[in-house]
Design a protein around this ligand. Structure first.
Ligand SMILES: Nc1ncnc2c1ncn2[C@@H]1O[C@H](COP(=O)(O)OP(=O)(O)OP(=O)(O)O)[C@@H](O)[C@H]1O
Ligand SMILES: [Mg+2]
Length: 269
């Protein structure tokens, strides 16, 4: 068993919007992600998933609790953590190559090494031929592939992904899930992944953490003991996959219902 790479201990995040009551977004959540592990965080909308991920990224300072990456305390954003958000966050004035190369700015690689690395990742995401295109000349899925390459190219210790495929159509989403699966299975980076899509979480993860409705706590931890390499087609027909899906849907639905407590459950009526 490898050492935890990311440790979040007893994290509380409170927001105090002006003239409105305090919101406790995350309540006493503890997470640890080991090196080379793919962990997903799922839970109902508004339960604090993004807040927790932003705290790991150093973009949100917890009200209490401690966060370390490789034993070093996190007190702000850092190059040891790569971030991919739901919205495409490319620089519109830079080409595909330039966007990816930008992430290597602070590394000690030589210019030739940077060129090689950029080429390697463009190949990996299947965008050869689009090196000199600008983001507005690409589809949503292509842009998100560039965002993923940009987060991977400098080989951060951990990748933090917040619903990176949330804005894509179902077909592109499947392709992107397969791509991430492939890249991860070949390169074995460490990932903390936020999604509300239960199937996506099972397909990709070694372990899934289920959060409660607001204030978000970690409610359950499910180990996904499915063989790798995995494929979407195989998963669709696997009875083990179906069993995980049922178990997780029940856990999430129970929480979602709490956040919509005025909607009566038909089965209970
Ligand atoms: N900057 C902020 N100021 C005040 N409240 C905030 C702020 N950011 C988040 N919140 C509140 O914290 C709670 C958790 O938000 P968060 O974005 O982490 O949820 P989420 O689980 O990512 O939801 P979704 O699945 O819809 O993305 C919400 O109630 C939200 O309104
Ligand atoms: Mg969110």
């Amino acid at each position: 068993m490898t050492e935890p790479l990311l440790e979040m201990n007893n994290i509380w995040v409170k927001f105090t919007p002006s003239k409105r009551p305090e919101v406790v977004a995350v309540e006493d959540a503890s997470i640890s992600v080991r090196e080379n592990e793919f962990v997903s965080l799922i839970g109902p909308s508004g339960c604090g998933k993004s807040t927790l991920l932003r705290a790991a990224a150093g973009l949100e300072i917890p009200s209490s609790g401690e966060i370390t990456v490789d034993g070093q305390p996190v007190d702000g954003p850092g190059a040891d953590r790569g971030m991919v958000f739901q919205a495409y966050t490319l620089f519109p004035w830079l080409t595909v190559s330039e966007n990816i190369r930008f992430a290597l700015k602070k590394t000690s690689l030589t210019s030739a090494e940077k060129d090689d690395r950029v080429r390697e990742y463009i190949r990996l995401i299947g965008l050869e031929g689009f090196e000199n295109s600008y983001p507005n000349q690409l589809s949503g899925g292509m842009r998100q592939r560039v965002a993923i390459a940009r987060a991977l190219v400098y080989r951060p210790k951990i990748l933090l992904m917040d619903e990176p495929f949330g804005a894509l159509d179902a077909q592109t989403r499947l392709l992107m899930q397969e791509l991430l699966l492939q890249v991860w299975e070949n390169h074995r980076s460490t990932v903390l992944f936020v999604t509300h899509d239960v199937e996506e979480a099972i397909l990709l993860s070694d372990r899934i953490l289920v959060m409660t409705a607001l204030p978000g706590k970690i409610k359950a931890e499910i180990m996904i003991d499915l063989p790798r390499p995995r494929s979407i087609i195989e998963m669709e027909t696997s009875s083990q996959f179906a069993a995980y899906k049922k178990q997780l849907l029940e856990l999430v639905r129970e929480e979602a219902r709490k956040s919509f407590s005025r909607i009566p459950d038909k089965r209970e009526a």
